[in-house]
Design a protein around this ligand. Sequence first.
Ligand SMILES: [Zn+2]
Length: 451
Amino acid sequence: MGKEKAITKTLWQHTETLPEETMEFLNGIAADYAKVKACTYERYSGIGSLGKLSSIYDIMTEMRHCGLREQLGLPSVYYELAVRDGISDIKGTWGMVKNKVRALITANEQLSGDDRMYLRTVLKLDQAYAAILNRKSYPMPEKAAGLPIDTVHLNNLLCRLTRRHLAQPAPGKADSFSVSPGGYSYKDNALYLVSRTPRRRVMLPLRDNKTSARQIRVCLKKDHAVIAIPAEAKKQTHKDFQNTIYVHLGYQAMCTLSSGNVYGQELGARTAAKSVRLLEKNRERIKLQAKYRESLASGDREKAEKIQANNLGFQKYRRWKDKEQARIESYVNAQLNRMLEEEKPGKIVITKPVTVNKTKLKYKSANRKIAESPQGYVRRRLALKCQVNGIELVEIQSKGTGNICSNCGAEGKRLAEGFVCECCGFKSSIALNGARNIEKKYNGGFIQAWG
Ligand SMILES: [Zn+2]
């Protein structure tokens, strides 16, 4: 039952450098926007409000009449979206709490199968869940009716687990806000935003002539703004895209095809070079911090202030990091585009990502590594490009595609120099063997090997 999903992407539009008073106006709106969100968290992220979240209408009415908007003097075109943003953050937090509780229920060995069935059912029904958390009566969900369970005990457990893991969403930085279409207009290559004064709009000159008729987001930089415009990606179908390709996604070579063609050969090298450069930059930054402490200790205020004005080198480092990331991303995109152009696939077969452990890894460093690895980005971009170009993307289980010989089906060895099969003597890169196995597995070869 596939729901037709609209493909939306974000277009970024830069304003010209803005005068100080315009930046002041924008920062003021962003600050109030953040206050409204924080107030929404305060009011509706508790257990008592879970039942209200399904219908945003009541919350909007309450927030419209609570006096906060008038107190801040924030125009409705910003205020209402701030409330909506706040509510969707709260819903996100509830989603995380439910996942956490679900995992704990699964891990709890003292629960019977029926106990778990009951708890999982309740977690899916917000009204029942809300009633239990607030110690109110509720009709037994149909699915759980007649189960031999101790609901009092289970409800207590559910309350305890929820209370332990529910938190307010963390307040975000006050550096952006959304505007509904009624709150802006365009004229002569400039965006005009509703101001706090009736019938007066604030002009933001733009660097290009993109326009939007939907909700936009204004993101504030130091001396200019960047506007996020949602756009429908046009779905194209290519009559000549008929081939099926089998692709191994790797850390070193980005895409290795079973035909032997490789796209993004340099991904690993580029990622490694980026890490080395960032390490160096970070070392510079740490040195700068040491110098700062030194100059403070030795009483060289002027020098210390100079370093501090530079935010202890942190801003520079972050800019650097963003730039490096953008470089890798543009490489990934260019190579994926080249693959689609040259291979003309109607279908692409890859393996599902291997999840180490469905929850977050224990160590911060491991999480950081995952966050920084371009693998997730490659998969996301490939999925989007397939969607936009009408290409079918098939993900098969990876089991067996790594260590089986794609030539004879025996178990081989993955060595530093590549894949080696001692049974038939086949040798290739690990990636190519993987891609050939994806092709074999998808087409039903070596069935016994896939387990
Ligand atoms: Zn072999």
